[in-house]
Design a protein around this ligand. Sequence first.
Ligand code: DX5
Ligand code: ZN
Length: 216
Amino acid sequence: MILSPSILSADFGNLQSEIEMLNKSNADWIHVDVMDGVFVPNISFGFPVLKFVNKIAKKEIDVHLMIDNPDSYIKQFSEAGASILTVHYESCTHLHRTIQDIKNNGMKTGLALNPHTPVSFLENIIADINMVLIMSVNPGFAAQKFIPNTYNKIEELKKLIESKQSKTLIQVDGGVNLDNAKMLIEKGADSLVAGNAIFNTPNPTETIKKFKNITA
Ligand code: DX5
Ligand code: ZN
């Protein structure tokens, strides 16, 4: 399982040491949540923070865009250090073009689905994307309650990926913790994002180790 701790719950007064902690830990990627206050009712951070994270990080940076009109910023995210760029299905009118643009800028492609968006909408795009991010909360905030219908969506997505003989990864984001991680992996999640359940524990490095020891 690819573990991607979300720095939305990190201590921003000590961001450098938080990233260094992740560098030394068993975490695989670093999840960076960008919010614009339009697509979601919250504002997080943008390029200066991402560039700083990229300077310190020794792991791949997994950027989750919760913004309107992501097309305007694709090149800038590539230059700022994103290795995987995930856009929301709900914010892209010409999704196929957006996905090609992410690829052409040298990044891996991710596509996020809000809790209400059906997996079946991906039928004609799934073969073009490296990863689908299933939102297990409504995007915008850390530490929200996990939505159980996520389990059904993972199963459905797994079937769709297999039917297309695609290698697309399944990532789950929102309310993920040490209690639901095993079930998520059993249902078919390849990657888990966790913020609150890592950074708000007494020993995040140990918590990361516990996540990484969970198997199906
Ligand atoms: C929510 C973000 C998540 C968030 C997860 O909109 O996309 O990545 O940081 O936080 P937790 O794990 O605390 O639910
Ligand atoms: Zn996220």
